[in-house]
Design a protein around this ligand. Structure first.
Ligand code: Z5A
Length: 215
């Protein structure tokens, strides 16, 4: 971890887990605790260059299909841009950062889902050098339910069109990694929105003061 004064909180989960409304809630809770709205990021993306990479990753091109390895490397290129140009500078200024996905997504999707864990770990070690969020909320959902919710919003993108097994493997990886890491909190996202938010609020009301005191 760099010598930081702000804190980095990340929301993770499969599609349709409810990250959007969780981010709005956590944003408000951080603002109440710190007196300042966090810097919000999304991955892949969050800088002009990283947003261009996001388009490459999300939009399918039948004439030049993206290989799994290229997908992985593009996502890390976007992440290193975001960390260097947005996340670390904000933390160094004492600002809190709230991320819509971060490295855990790559471990779950590219590592677990695509079966590329050795590549993911090698690139992650090389690019991130131990940089890690202070706290991650993982919204856990059965992929069938998540995709049903995601479909209700409209057309699915390139990754969302993967077979259900891909998402099952990603989910199992999320759960395994959460079991090994106290900084990852698992929230049951299959519940009603009200209960999901209640669970997030109660976890954060306990954890935020500890993080804040630890500044
Ligand atoms: N990706 C990757 O492979 N590797 C990486 O390292 C990273 C990313 C960083 C990013 O796409 C894609 O990149 C993602 C993983 C991959 N692709 N896939 N598949 P994105 O940012 O466009 O998509 P997303 O991150 O998956 O977001 P999402 O689909 O928008 O999911 P969400 O934010 O969790 O969903 P939502 O909009 O909050 O909720 C979906 C709907 O469900 C919505 O209508 C809600 O009102 C409803 N909802 C939410 N919660 C509930 C509850 N509790 N009850 C009932 N209805 C609910």
């Amino acid at each position: 971890m760099i010598n930081q004064t702000g804190k980095f909180i990340v929301i993770e989960g499969l599609e349709g887990a409810g990250k959007s409304s969780a981010i709005a809630l956590v944003n408000d809770l951080i603002e109440q605790h710190t007196g300042q709205a966090p810097v919000c990021t999304r991955e892949p993306g969050g800088t002009p260059l990283a947003e261009k990479i996001r388009d490459l990753v999300k939009i399918a091109d039948a004439s030049d299909p993206l290989s799994d390895e290229a997908e992985c490397l593009l996502i890390y290129a976007a992440r290193t841009q975001l960390i260097s140009n947005v996340i670390k500078p904000a933390l160094a200024k004492g600002q809190w950062v709230l991320g819509d996905r971060h490295n855990l997504s790559s471990l779950a999707y590219q590592g677990g889902g695509r079966g590329l864990m050795p590549l993911v770990k090698a690139v992650s070690d090389a690019c991130l050098a131990g940089f890690t969020p202070d706290l991650t909320l993982y919204l856990d959902i059965d992929p069938k339910l998540g995709l049903t919710r995601a479909k209700s919003r409209g057309q699915l993108d390139r990754i969302e069109q993967q077979a259900i097994d891909f998402f099952e493997r990603a989910r199992q990886t999320y759960l395994q990694l959460a079991q090994q890491d106290d900084s990852i909190i698992v929230i049951d996202a299959s519940q009603s929105l009200e209960l999901v938010h209640q669970a997030i609020r109660s976890q954060l009301l306990h954890r935020l003061p500890l993080l804040f005191a630890n500044k």
